[in-house]
Design a protein around this ligand. Structure first.
Ligand SMILES: [Zn+2]
Length: 332
């Protein structure tokens, strides 16, 4: 298997080609943001906070999973910026016990109000079963994440935007790592036009295949006419803060966060991840985290060797089997 000599993308990754030095076209076409650019974003971010901080109940709503990146984001929002944080946990039915412990512990310690949105388990079973078996997301989407993760994240983004609009919370935060989302989207005004695209690519296929029971987790079409000034701004601060996995783990462990040993190496919170990865690799022959980890390696925040190890490690078949049984998916 040929792997890019700079990142971790393999020859099986869609649209890839390599130059004479073995560097992939994604690496050669990506200009990594320099320190200056990150500093600019940090300044923009801080003036945004000054503008949005107010007497409202909450300054920001955070998509919280109990994993390391969103925990560190919670820490930054509370401890560096003293924001009033509403954290929202989307319980997809597969949150590990250790992650649940971390969610309680961290929201208590850091002083966030936490709400848990938990759809009925059979609805999530049905949604994930269909996401795993039917092909309805665009190939581009599936270059970046598995169909199971795409389904879950789609619902998270839907319910969090809905909640922000309903409670008039001006900022929506995510703990995306630098590889998951580029710096250019680190501060982004939400708007009906982009939302319409999400509806077409994520919401509508899910509603038609899984059922109208999923509608409560997404905006309605009529919500798209909500006055422009009320739409929140999405932020993902880890794009312009220093992203060092060692530093992140050290910081949050000191606060009482415990690294789960009940999940697979690429997820610190979800028991479904191993199956999602397994199915994706079987279907496409590359790891669904390859794009993200390639981005982190390119940004210099992870050694290439470590990245390669993360995307070539086989899944724990016991965990794959556990999730497959619950979703009624045959594994050979
Ligand atoms: Zn590359």
């Amino acid at each position: 298997m040929i792997i890019c000599s700079r990142c971790v993308l393999p020859q099986t990754f869609p649209g890839i080609s390599f130059d004479q030095n073995g560097v992939c076209n994604y690496c050669s076409h990506t200009q990594m943001p320099g320190e200056d650019e990150k500093q600019d974003y940090l300044k923009r971010f801080e003036s945004l906070l000054a503008e949005k901080k107010s007497n409202r109940d909450f300054d920001v709503i955070l998509a919280y999973s109990g994993g390391k990146d969103s925990t560190y984001t919670l820490y930054l929002l509370r401890k560096h910026y003293d924001l009033k944080v509403l954290s929202l946990v989307f319980d997809n039915g597969f949150i590990s016990d250790q992650a649940k412990y971390n969610i309680n512990q961290m929201t208590d310690t850091l002083g966030a109000t936490n709400i848990i949105v938990k759809p009925p388990f059979d609805l999530m079973q049905k949604a994930f079963h269909i996401a795993a078996q039917k092909e309805f997301y665009s190939p581009k989407t599936l270059d970046r994440a598995s169909s199971i993760c795409t389904t879950c994240i789609g619902m998270v983004k839907g319910i969090i935007l809905k909640t922000a609009l309903a409670l008039e919370i001006p900022l929506v935060a995510f703990g995306w790592s630098p590889g998951q989302a580029p710096l250019s989207s680190a501060i982004m005004q939400t708007n009906p036009r982009l939302q319409r695209i999400t509806h077409r690519t994520i919401r509508d296929p899910l509603l038609s295949l899984v059922g109208k029971e999923l509608q409560p987790y997404f905006l309605h079409d009529v919500d798209l006419s909500i006055e422009k000034s009320r739409w929140p701004i999405n932020i993902h601060p880890l794009a312009f803060f220093e992203y060092d996995e060692g530093l992140i783990l050290d910081t949050i462990k000191k606060l009482g966060w415990v690294k789960p040993d009940d999940t697979d190496p690429n997820s610190t919170n979800c028991l479904l991840n191993a199956l999602a990865n397994y199915l994706h690799r079987k279907r496409f022959d590359f790891h669904p985290y390859a794009w993200e980890i390639a981005g982190i390696v390119r940004s210099g925040c992870m050694h290439r060797e470590e990245g390669i190890e993360k995307v070539s490690q086989d899944e724990d078949m016991q965990m794959v089997g556990y999730a497959a049984k619950l979703l009624n998916i045959a594994i050979d």
